[in-house]
Structures are given as structure tokens and as C-alpha cells.
Design a protein around this ligand. Sequence first.
Ligand code: GDP
Length: 349
Amino acid sequence: MIKVQDLQKFRSQLLHPRDKTVARKALITGLTGQDGSYLAEILVAKGYKVFGLVRRSSSDKSDRISHLSNDVQILSGDLLDQCSLMDAIVEAQPDEIYNLASQSYVPTSWTQPALTAEYTALGVSRLLESIRRCKPDARFYQASSSEVFGQPDESPQTERTAFRPRNPYGVAKAYAHWMTVNYRQRYNLYACCGITYTHESPRRGTEFVFRKITRGAAAIKLGLAKELKLGNLDARRDWCYAKDAVYGMWLMLQQEQPDDYIIASGRTYSVRELVECAFSCVSLKWQDYVSVDPAFYRPDEPVQLVGCINKIQTQLDWKPQYSFEQLVELMVEYDLKELRKECGNGVLI
Ligand code: GDP
């Protein structure tokens, strides 16, 4: 007689991989980064078995994912090493692959342009080729960036706006974008690019201006810092919450047909407005603490990068859940709490 367990096993083998009753498997590169850690949380909550590709490193970078250590299986690998990518894909047998790894800091892309190209551009070639050879039915998400538009001809930008990248990071992302589109067309892979605009969260590094400001305002409020030095206060960005953005990434891989979408808030704010908002959250007058330091100016500021979100809104029913003001408040509150904790533990700021 056939046992119930055997029947269940047999049935699960027959089910289509996208059937919600089978645990789907996902492989994330860049797991330890801001987006990777939020995406892993979403996927684990949805019942996925999650694998994370992590580079070997002498320093521990796992603080963003320490709470997920029991839920995510770490695989060692590197976008610079084709064999390690193929091994990881063969081992995980993922239904979905999210490439969130890159050298993502624009100023570093000028000081290390070749390394940026290796990770951010050629790394995607290696990954696409590994998917084609080892798991061609896996669905692939490539993290494109608004930096591909650089100095765009139009504003807001749409999925059809011409790419005119203005820094090595944007150039590398443009290459990765077009390779993804080409593998979709040439090999029929389910491969999508999400063109994300700047997205922020308490897990963002303090080298980025949003977190630098929320943490700076919190530190000044607590008497731990006296001033905050910034670059161009008139620079404008389309900022949204990283949690909203990664949900859009997941949605893109759940469609009948693969396609490319802009993921953005659809509105811009200046660094000055960000400063005003953050300091008003801690009831301080920003002009008393903020000074401009030319060292933080960018040589090639992109103009009016703002995303048109009509396509993702109408086709995937996605829109940001958090406003700019809510995001600033959420991050200032987080930084106040963290800094109080760090002070309590005797950590110097
Ligand atoms: P990204 O350039 O969008 O990757 O993100 P950043 O957060 O590094 O920079 C956003 C904008 O803030 C850029 O236009 C910068 O020129 C501007 N900015 C102004 N002051 C600062 C600063 O002190 N640090 C950084 N990182 N950016 C600054």
C-alpha cells in the first residue's frame, strides 16, 4: 500500500515550480547588503528556501543578516569567479536568482573603475552565462540603477529613456542591463531588470547622504556631535524606502512574462529638504549645525533623476508604501535608538 507521505512527496514532485504549495528556492547575491537582507526577510516570510551567495572576507559583514542565520543557507562565491557561481547554482537549484551584489558607491567607481567593471558589469555576464548553462529555467532579477541615465534627455525617465551614464558605476550598470536584456532575447531566459532609484533604510551605510544626515541629526540631538558637514545641498534625488523597492523586485519575478521596470518614488527632494526634515524630527534648527564642505561635492552631478512609475504601478500594482517624510522619521528614530544603545555600551561615535 502507498503511504500518505509517499503520495505527498510524489504530488510535490509533479507540481509546477511556481505552485504556491511547493517551497520555492531563491539565490541572492549581495545578501549581506541593505537590499539583500530585506529581500531575504520577505522571501523567508513567504516560505522560500533562501540561499545567499557571500564573498569570503576577513572581516565579518553579517550584521544585517544575523537575525536570519537560521533561515538562510550561505554559499561561498564571488561574481569574479565563474566556477563559484556555477557551483552555487547547481547546489541551490534556485527557482529565482536576484543579483543585488555590486560595487555600488559612485565615488569609489572613479578610484577603482576596473574593479567596478569586474563586479558590476562582467560579474553579470558570468552570472547570466552560469544560469544559461546550469539552470536556464531559473528566473533572474538584475539590479539596474538610475545611474544608467546619467544626464538624461528627459525627466521623469521611463523604461524607454536613453542611457547616458556619467560615471564608471553607471557605465557598468548599463552594460549589465543590456546583457540581461540580450540573454532574455537570445536565450529566452526569464530575466528582468529593475531600474531602481536611490532607496534608503536604517541598513544603509553612513557614506550615503540620507543615512549620514539622519544619523548626524540624531548624534547632534544626543550631544554626541557638534556639526554636520555636507556637499551640494541643492542636489536632488528620487528617494524611496528599500523595503518597498525589494518588494517590487520580487513582484517582477512573479509575472507571466519577464520585463523591465522602473522602481522609484516618482518625486524628488533636495539634500536641503532632507536636512530640514531630519532636523525638524529632533526639533533642531539645521542652519545652526550644518556646514558645506566642498570635499563632498561631486564632479559630475546627474540632473533631475526622477523615475516615472506608471508602468510598474499599472502592470504590477506596485507603489511605495512610505512617503519621504515617513522614511526620514523612521530613520531618525532608528538612529536615535541605536546611538543611545551604543553610548550605553560605551561605544565611541
Ligand atoms: P547616490 O549618489 O545616489 O548613490 O547617493 P549619495 O547618498 O551618496 O548621494 C546623493 C546626493 O547627495 C549626491 O547628489 C551628492 O552630491 C549629495 N550630497 C551632498 N552632500 C553629501 C555628502 O556629504 N555625502 C554624500 N554621499 N552625498 C552628498
